[in-house]
Design a binder for this molecule. Structure first.
Ligand SMILES: O=C(O)CCC(=O)C(=O)O
Length: 275
């Protein structure tokens, strides 16, 4: 399989827990993706992230195709190995002048897996800058193990339980500025978040959170969508995939997954399980 990340980018990922910016699609193609999101919002009268959450690739075929784009799938393979399964996908939308933010967190804190070395590809669908509230990373924190998260529910916090790492040295934060169509890869244990959108334009990005298929879930849903390679040795049941946007087959799978993902009795913190 051809490599996407250079040796240097791979060493950066291993050292810092993230690498960016990486090229994927053109700004024009990113604008076409935004148009699809806006058309959905016009049709439903609601923000895309209200109902299309948690595993958004099950709702939109174009989003599933984007997850499998050779640049994104290939970079994920370089980061976590040849067999890549997606367990989480969200559209992160912040309107200008709004108060939405993402608290400092480790994605892996909610992944009760036998190993926590998965990675997320985050693609900018609009230009993402410090002004518009781009994602920020604290380098090296993927090596800190599980950090304590407070659950600070807040309507403006885009992470669902308001999970927040309190003790963060923000002076170390690195802004991941990207033009529309570029993406980053981050380790599931790196501490990251983002601030309010103080710019003039909407900031939208999509995350594809993946693990190697060899990873075993110790609790919670053990389903996913294969992005690259093979589903072996068979720890994961594959979702039925949408054949077109808003295919009822994919939407039913999405609803079943959301029910499990947002139910605290079904989804435990990784630190509440045996890991
Ligand atoms: O889009 C953002 O601002 C945060 C994204 C994020 O937390 C993630 O992709 O894990």
């Amino acid at each position: 399989m051809p490599r996407v990340l250079t040796d240097q980018q791979l060493s950066e990922f291993r050292r810092d827990g993230f690498v960016a910016p990486l090229d994927c699609i053109s700004s024009k193609e990113a604008a076409d993706c935004m148009k699809k999101i806006e058309d959905y919002e016009t049709m439903t009268g609601e923000d895309v992230s209200k109902n299309i959450r948690a595993r958004a690739v099950l709702a939109f075929k174009w989003l599933l195709d984007l997850a499998r784009h050779p640049q994104i799938a290939g970079a994920l393979q370089d980061a976590i190995g040849p067999n890549v399964i997606l367990m989480f996908c969200a559209v992160w939308s912040k309107h200008p002048g709004g108060s939405k933010f993402v608290s400092w967190h480790q994605d892996g804190a909610y992944n009760p897996f036998d190993k926590n070395n998965g990675a997320t590809a985050w693609i900018a669908l609009t230009d993402s800058t410090p002004d518009t509230g781009c994602v920020k990373m604290i380098p090296g924190t993927h090596k800190s193990g599980f950090l304590h998260h407070d659950e600070r529910y807040d309507a403006d916090n885009l992470v669902s339980r308001g999970q927040t790492v309190a003790d963060v040295d923000e002076t170390k934060a690195i802004d991941l500025a990207m033009r529309a169509g570029q993406f980053s890869i981050h380790h599931e244990m790196v501490v990251h978040g983002s601030g309010e959108n103080c710019g003039n334009d909407r900031r939208v990005g999509v995350s594809f959170s993946c693990v190697a298929t060899e990873t075993k879930a110790l609790s919670g849903p053990q389903t996913g969508v294969l992005i690259a390679g093979e589903n072996k040795p068979g720890h994961w049941a594959l979702n039925k995939e949408p054949a077109f946007d808003l295919d009822p087959v994919g939407l039913a799978e999405l609803e079943a997954f959301k029910d499990a993902y947002y139910n605290p009795d079904k989804m435990k913190l990784a630190t509440e399980t045996n890991v």
